[in-house]
Write a protein that binds this ligand. Structure first.
Ligand code: URA
Ligand code: CA
Length: 433
């Protein structure tokens, strides 16, 4: 087989075979095929696309390029959730214990934050003592005993994706639906999930800016998942404004606890109940999303969801008394309240700008190795659609930085107040099955 012929075949719009795709992925991972030939193929894929069959073959080839986590010692159907990333997206912290409280095993591998989106692990580490370094044996035992565990990225999962992604990053080929879909799905499948619920976000704070693009990506991922034998469902959800009210690590832990206790922001609660319902259905613990939702609501009301969270925190070395008294979470020295400069309706809160502001306040990493301030972030007091009067609190900045004038200016620019009410995007656009 010659790489030259494979490039020419894709350039001319033909479908590649499984053997050809395996040849490229394995050859590139081993270092046998040079970057310039793979770049050329990626560009041909960018223009010609890939069939559904090619996409699932590519996904499986990337899965097989490295280690695959074996979750079979865990009893029950393991359902994973994946979000394409957003600002103030606290859902994993809530969903993991909430769904686990219904008897669904949650064996989750999570990442750290980079840039304007936060990572679940950083958030959890703002609970004193909490750690994510479990051995595989400890991880599996904890899920069997307590139904939920979260670990950091371990092992050598999907090395082909890492190498291809780096190449795409410098050859203007990131933005291709088949390549994005197979990249995301390969990681979920290698992490051992039996079934997958995808939260595909759209809006200013998301990778996909429009609902149309998000839908195309969601359909591509659902098709790959189902073709390779993992039941997959996707929700298209809004990321034009931050999710919930808190953005920042310890602030989001507090928000997650409030939500698990039934006092969370409306949008965050609704999204968790909807995503959670599909997770419970895919795990075959309920026959319909409606039945699943009732189970989740009951476990918030009767305290089981929060108890499961405490049990999970305790098992991973975290101080659970801090979760019962959230004022003991890391706290920033400076709190600055910004008030509205005029009266009117909030027509939009630019999620990306809020995320970047939180990062500038210390909550996020600018590079992979920078340290973060777990106490820093932003708490919104109003959301898009709300009415506000001049002088009323808009948001509070939490920071230990000395100079925040430029962030304050940026925050004022990112919140739009108009005289008349505008249409606000729906929280959930669509469910793709
Ligand atoms: N996220 C991924 O994991 N892969 C992509 O290709 C794009 C976004
Ligand atoms: Ca939030």
């Amino acid at each position: 087989m010659r790489m030259y012929d494979i490039i020419a075949k894709k350039r001319d719009g033909f479908e590649l075979t499984k053997e050809e795709i395996d040849f490229v992925v394995h050859g590139y991972t081993k270092g046998d095929i040079p970057d310039y030939q793979v770049s050329s193929l990626l560009m041909a894929i960018y223009f010609q696309g890939m069939t559904e069959k090619e996409r699932s073959e590519l996904t499986l080839a990337m899965v097989e390029s490295g280690e695959i986590i074996d979750l079979s010692p865990i009893h029950g159907i393991k359902v994973d959730k994946h979000s394409t990333g957003g600002v103030g997206d606290t859902t994993t912290l809530i969903l993991a214990p909430l769904v686990a409280s219904c008897g669904v095993p949650v064996a989750k591998m999570s990442g750290r934050g980079l840039g304007h989106t936060g990572g679940t692990i950083d958030k959890l580490e703002s609970i004193p003592g909490f750690h994510v370094e479990l051995t595989e044996e400890e991880f599996i035992r904890q899920v069997n005993e307590r139904k939920v565990a979260v670990i950091g990225q371990t092992g050598n999962l999907t090395p082909a994706d890492k190498k291809l992604y780096s190449l795409r990053d410098v050859t203007a080929t990131v933005n291709s639906i088949p390549l994005i879909a197979s990249s995301i799905m390969s990681k979920k499948i290698a992490a051992g999930a039996d079934a997958i619920v995808l939260d595909v976000k759209c809006g200013s704070g998301a990778f996909m800016k429009s609902a149309e693009e998000a839908k195309t990506l969601a359909k591509a991922m659902v098709s790959i998942g189902n073709r390779v034998g993992r039941k997959t469902i996707a929700l298209i959800t809004d990321m034009s404004q931050p999710l919930g009210k808190a953005v920042g690590n310890a602030l989001e832990v507090k928000e997650a606890i409030e939500t698990l206790r039934g006092n969370g922001p409306k949008d965050l609660t609704e999204l968790c109940l909807t995503l959670g319902s599909y997770m419970v259905v895919l795990a075959e613990k309920a026959a319909s999303p409606e039945e699943a939702r009732a189970m989740l609501e009951e476990n918030i009301a009767n305290g089981k969801a929060f108890e499961t969270f405490l049990s999970f925190v305790e098992a991973q070395g975290g101080d659970k008394s801090v979760c019962e008294n959230v004022e003991r979470l890391p706290e920033a020295k400076k709190k600055i309240e910004l008030t509205a400069k005029k009266s009117g309706f909030i027509t939009g809160i630019a999620a990306d700008e809020i995320g970047i502001s939180a990062m500038m306040l210390g909550a996020g990493r600018t590079t992979k190795d920078s340290t973060i301030d777990l106490s820093a972030g932003i708490v919104l007091h109003k959301k898009a659609g709300d009415e506000i009067k001049e002088g009323e609190p808009l948001l509070t900045i939490h920071t230990n930085k000395l100079e925040v004038e430029s962030v304050i200016e940026k925050l004022y620019d990112s919140i739009h107040i108009e005289n008349t009410k505008a249409d606000i995007p729906p929280l959930i656009y669509e469910v793709i099955t």
